[in-house]
Design a protein around this ligand. Structure first.
Ligand code: GLP
Length: 240
């Protein structure tokens, strides 16, 4: 694992955006694995700037998002589909049918998981962007005694619902379940970019990168991957 520390967030965001642009320059039809949460917002902002300057095109790219809340339709303001439209997809030339997120409102969620894995196996991810949950989750793979390989339904931890409640009117509105790519699918990506920002993540990022590999810290499984680059700001990286 390689770790790069940045003094300011803007430089980090630019560096990450550049990696995506480089990936698409080398392989215009690359498959990008995307993430939600506040961490990637600045990166998406830089990617949009690059697109507007003509430095990158997404017309032949495909994207897969990590996860979606169960019960929220793509039109719901707090759905990850809505988030991605607002933060990235509405501003770039990615064909809408090339952008994939797990669907959280279909009647047969199990079939949706199987279908998502099928699509992923057809278009393996070239570069996967990841944020880090305060409890060490990646995507919505919560700490547990065992982790799932493929896409699956997960019961969200109370702490995760509380952490994400800031995007909702109140805690009761935060869904209790999500559909997420599994750790196995994440580890199949050719390269992984883990981005961690802020002082409150300093402890968990240290555990993930330097602690024992354990399903109780799902991000620690990233230590087993051959090509992970970790971008941290000074605050998140202060214990490394
Ligand atoms: N499912 C998402 C994760 O993919 C994300 O990495 C995490 C951290 O979010 P933030 O970047 O807002 O700290 O939150 C959510 O739970």
């Amino acid at each position: 694992m390689q770790v790069k520390t940045f003094d300011n967030t803007m430089e980090l965001d630019l560096f990450a955006a550049q990696l995506f642009a480089d990936t698409l320059k080398n392989k215009p039809n690359a498959t990008l694995g995307l993430a939600t949460g506040s961490t990637p917002v600045g990166i998406y902002g830089k990617i949009i700037e690059m697109y507007k300057n003509g430095a990158v095109t997404f017309k032949d790219a495909t994207t897969f998002n990590l996860d979606e809340y169960v019960g929220l339709s793509p039109e719901h303001k707090q759905s990850y589909a809505h988030f991605m439209n607002e933060q990235l997809f509405n501003h770039i030339d990615l064909p809408k049918h090339h952008a994939h997120l797990p669907k959280g409102t279909v009647p047969d969620l199990k079939a949706e998981c199987v279908e998502y894995d099928r699509m992923l196996s057809e278009q393996p991810i070239d570069i996967q962007l990841l944020g880090l949950g305060l409890n060490g989750h990646i995507g919505f793979n919560e700490p547990d005694q065992e982790l799932q390989g493929g896409t699956h339904i997960v019961e969200l931890e109370e702490s995760t619902r509380e952490a994400n409640a800031r995007f909702f009117d109140n805690l009761e509105d935060v869904p209790t379940k999500a559909i997420t790519m599994g750790v196995g699918s994440i580890l199949k990506a050719d390269s992984i970019l883990l981005v961690v920002k802020g002082a409150d993540k300093a402890g968990i990022v240290k555990q993930a990168l330097q602690g024992p590999i354990t399903t109780e810290v799902p991000a620690s499984l990233l230590q087993t991957h051959k090509n992970v680059l970790v971008l941290v700001d000074r605050e998140a990286g202060r214990l490394l």
